[in-house]
Design a protein around this ligand. Structure first.
Ligand SMILES: Cc1cc2nc3c(=O)[nH]c(=O)nc-3n(C[C@H](O)[C@H](O)[C@H](O)COP(=O)(O)O)c2cc1C
Length: 314
C-alpha cells in the first residue's frame, strides 16, 4: 500500500502528495518557508479576499508575499466574482510574484464570508464556481483547484465532470459539511464516493495527524493526497515525521516559533506578535497542563515574555 507518492496537478508534478492547508492568521510566507525547510511539500497561502485585492494589492500585502525559497505555492482566493478574481491574480503577477497553483475557497463556513456569497456559499452555486474557473483558465496558464466541504447542510456531491470540463485540476475535500463546522468525524465514505465519480485528483482533508491517519484515510478512500491543517500548527514538523519518521523535539518546535517571529519582523509583517502568540497557543496543545500555559501566553504583551513561557516547558 503506497499512500505517499508523487502526484500531478494540472500537469504540475509534485514530489509527494502532502499539502499544508490554508489557515488564515498562520500560513503566511514565513510559516510556509519554515515548513518547506523540513519537508518538500506543497503549501497553501491564507485565503485572500478578491474584493480587496482586485482594488489594490497593498490591501493584501502580507497575504501575498512569497518567500524566495518557496516552491509549489497554492494561492487561495475567496470571493464570487470572475472579473475580480482575474484582476486579483493579475495584480499579484504584476508584482513579479510567481503563482504555481490557484485555488478557490468553496469551504469556509464563517458567517461573514458566507453572507458575502463566498466560501461555502459557492457550494450552492456550482455554475459560479465553473465560471470562475473558466475565467481564470482563459486569462492564465496556471492550474486551478477548488477546496470544498462535503456539502452545505448535508453531504451532496458536485458535478465533478462539469468542473473538470471547466478546467478544474483537482479537488481538496474537507470531509465535513458547512453545518458541522469542525464537529463530528471526517466523512471518509463521501471522499471515497468522490474518488469513484471522477478522475480528478482528490485530496482528503480533516483531522489527519500522522502516518497512521494517512494510511487509514488511504485505505478507506483510495484518495490521491492528504492536506493537513491544525496538526501542522501544533507540530510544524508533522510532514517531516510522515515522510521519514524523524520525530521532532519540543526544542525544535520552540526554535520554529522563534524563527517564524523573526522572519515576520524582518519583513515588516503587521501582526507579527499576534501571529506568533496564536501559533504558540497551538504549539503547547500536547503539553501537560496546557490550559494553564495557554492562559499565561494569552496575557503576554511582547515576544520575549512569550518565548520565556514556552521555553520554561522544556
Ligand atoms: C485557524 C484556521 C484558519 C483557517 N483558514 C482557512 C483558510 O484561509 N482557507 C481555507 O480554505 N480553510 C481554512 N481553514 C480550514 C483548514 O484549511 C482545514 O480545512 C481544516 O482545519 C480541517 O483540516 P485539519 O483538521 O487538518 O485542521 C482554517 C482552519 C483553521 C483552524
Amino acid at each position: 500500500m503506497k499512500s505517499i507518492k508523487n502526484i500531478k496537478i494540472g500537469g504540475g508534478g509534485l514530489k509527494n502528495n502532502l499539502f499544508l492547508a490554508p489557515m488564515l492568521g498562520f500560513t503566511n510566507f514565513a510559516f510556509r518557508e519554515l515548513i518547506q525547510k523540513n519537508a518538500k511539500i506543497a503549501v497553501f497561502t491564507e485565503m485572500i479576499p478578491i474584493n480587496a485585492l482586485s482594488k489594490d494589492s497593498n490591501y493584501c500585502k502580507d497575504l501575498i508575499i512569497r518567500g524566495s525559497s518557496e516552491r509549489n505555492v497554492f494561492y487561495q482566493f475567496f470571493g464570487n466574482n470572475e472579473k475580480k478574481l482575474v484582476k486579483s491574480i493579475q495584480n499579484i503577477l504584476d508584482l513579479n510574484i510567481k503563482i504555481d497553483f490557484i485555488d478557490l475557497n468553496c469551504g469556509c463556513p464563517a458567517q461573514d464570508i458566507v453572507l458575502q456569497g463566498a466560501g461555502c456559499a459557492l457550494l450552492k452555486r456550482e455554475s459560479k464556481i465553473k465560471s470562475m474557473i473558466q475565467a481564470s483558465k482563459k486569462a492564465f496558464d496556471i492550474p486551478f483547484t477548488i477546496k470544498i466541504r462535503t456539502g452545505y447542510d448535508k453531504p451532496k456531491h458536485l458535478d465533478y465532470k462539469a468542473l473538470e470540463d471547466s478546467g478544474c485540476d483537482a479537488l481538496f475535500v474537507h470531509g465535513r459539511t458547512k453545518k458541522q463546522q469542525y464537529s463530528g468525524n471526517i466523512d471518509l465514505k463521501f471522499i471515497k464516493e468522490a474518488k469513484e465519480r471522477t478522475d480528478l485528483p482528490i485530496i482528503a482533508n480533516g483531522n489527519i495527524k500522522d502516518l497512521k491517519d494517512i494510511q487509514k484515510v488511504y485505505f478507506q478512500t483510495d484518495c490521491d493526497g492528504y492536506m493537513i491543517g491544525r496538526q501542522a500548527l501544533t507540530n510544524p514538523f508533522v510532514f517531516r515525521e510522515i515522510i521519514n519518521g524523524n520525530y521532532s523535539t519540543f526544542y525544535e518546535r520552540i526554535d520554529f516559533l522563534d524563527k517564524y517571529y523573526k522572519k515576520m519582523l524582518d519583513n515588516n509583517i503587521n501582526c507579527a506578535f499576534q501571529n506568533a502568540k496564536l501559533l504558540s497557543l497551538f504549539l503547547v496543545r500536547e503539553i501537560k497542563d496546557a490550559s494553564k500555559i495557554r492562559e499565561r501566553i494569552s496575557k503576554t504583551k511582547e515576544f520575549e515574555e512569550l518565548l520565556q513561557i514556552v521555553e520554561s516547558i522544556k
